[in-house]
Ligand binder design. Sequence first.
Ligand SMILES: [Zn+2]
Length: 145
Amino acid sequence: MNVKEFLLTPNWAIRLSKLSYGPRKMIENNIVFQTPFLPQSATIQQRAWHIIHEINTVPVCEICDEFLKFQKTNKYSLYCSVKCSRKSPEVHKKKLQTEIAKCGGLDNFKTKKSKIFKEISQSLYGVDNISQAKNVKDKIKKKRG
Ligand SMILES: [Zn+2]
């Protein structure tokens, strides 16, 4: 059985830990041998991820190109930091999708949004649409002379 096949079996980490020293070392060494691009501190889980996904480089942050850290959940996050994840269009999209779902659909969302815009516009300029506000300002200017 090759190492990748072994790593694709469920609970391989538990099964590996239960092996006797000889076979366990053999598999561990094989895993390390196949992932020389990782730092020595890399865990077996991290190395296994690379072997399973056949990725021979450490993934980098989509936003700033920093190397990513391997998570306790046994995968890489998409971004190096919370700061970068906030800059991601994906996260914005997800937030928007959540908001739309909360409103009960895109149409409701649009209605709700336009209502909010109207309210803001009304409270600031006394018009339904902020684009009308310029006219309002001009009128005010004219009145004041
Ligand atoms: Zn980053």
